[in-house]
Design a protein around this ligand. Structure first.
Ligand SMILES: [Zn+2]
Length: 319
């Protein structure tokens, strides 16, 4: 037996010596671009959409006329934190939020973060706070001031959650996350805005959960209410956590597992929307997107792996 196991370990070691198991080493710019092309996006890196466009999409949705037979506007952004655009080559058929949306006719677009499109050097960190803040304020950091994590945004540019509620375009909004850097810590991004909502008694809830499962349960619990939040902004962190610990790479099976977790939670979330008693009379805008990608075990920089994100939307842009 000893001899057999020795032979076996030699057989396993040989490919490792040649780097066959060290898949992350292949995470080159060309490899990432190849995978992005294989996903089947409706646009290209050159024509990628700025992530700030999501702000306009949400705003247009609420301010456009209700379609016939519908009585109420609702919207949700499901964020896959730190999910690279090329990771979508691993979308599976079952229990997948993205597959469910695509089967229902959703559009799938490439988008970019970082202030300007790749390959130009990014003007703001390809990180969580600037990424989501650009989505929620519709402007880049040169205006909203959030160039990196740990910067408290001023009230000059308010998020969609606050402005839509304050302007009475919607009745209520909910921010769900498990990262305390958004609005819990001393230098959190939305610390001032959360205080403003409390002071003005605006119906905007800020929920910092213990982890992704609790985040999804918080969203689903809200969706089970007859009068659920009109706008839900929920971030699932599976991809970001796996990336920081084990490497952001579409070749990394642990990153893929983080992506799977996000996908399953999004699938549950979408089912909860469709299970609403009033679903047939509600006009929903549903979006799955991400804030930034990653390279190695980090992000913030200018690589294509960090810059390209995606937008899955049940409504077409500009319509
Ligand atoms: Zn992030």
């Amino acid at each position: 037996m000893k001899f057999v196991s020795k032979i076996l370990s030699i057989i396993l070691i040989i490919p490792a010596l040649f780097g066959i198991y060290a898949e992350d080493k292949k995470d080159t710019e060309a490899f990432s671009k190849e995978n992005i092309a294989a996903v089947g996006y409706e646009n290209t890196i050159e024509t990628a959409i700025p992530q700030t466009e999501l702000y306009n999409m949400i705003y247009e949705h609420y301010t456009s006329e209700l379609p016939e037979g519908k009585t109420e506007k609702k919207a949700i952004i499901i964020g896959y934190d730190g999910c690279r655009a090329d990771e979508l080559i691993h979308v599976e058929k079952a229990f997948s939020g993205i597959t469910k949306m695509l089967n229902d006719g959703a559009s799938i677009s490439l988008a970019y973060c970082g202030g300007v499109n790749y390959p130009e050097k990014n003007t703001q960190d390809t990180s969580t706070a600037p990424g989501w803040c650009s989505v929620l304020t519709g402007v880049w950091a040169d205006k909203n001031g959030v160039t990196g994590n740990g910067i408290t945004k001023s009230l000059e540019y308010k998020t969609l959650l606050t402005s839509l509620t304050e302007d009475k375009i919607i009745d209520s909004a909910s921010f769900v996350t498990s990262w305390d850097g958004h609005f819990e810590t001393d230098n959190s991004t939305y610390k001032a805005e959360k205080a403003y909502c409390e002071e003005k008694n605006l119906n905007v809830s800020f929920n910092c959960c213990s982890g992704d499962t609790e985040s999804a349960n918080t969203v689903i619990k809200d969706l089970k209410n007859e009068d659920c939040s009109d706008f839900i902004f929920a971030i699932y962190e599976g991809t970001d956590h796996a990336g920081h610990k084990f490497g952001f790479s579409s070749n990394n099976p642990i990153y893929r597992a983080g992506f799977r977790l996000n996908e399953i939670l999004a699938y549950r979330t979408l089912n909860a929307i469709e299970s609403r008693d009033t679903y047939e009379t509600e006009d929903w805008l549903i979006i799955i997107t991400s804030d930034h990608g990653g390279f190695g075990t980090n992000h913030g920089g200018p690589t294509v792996q960090e810059r390209m994100v995606f937008i899955i939307s049940n409504k077409k842009f500009g319509k």
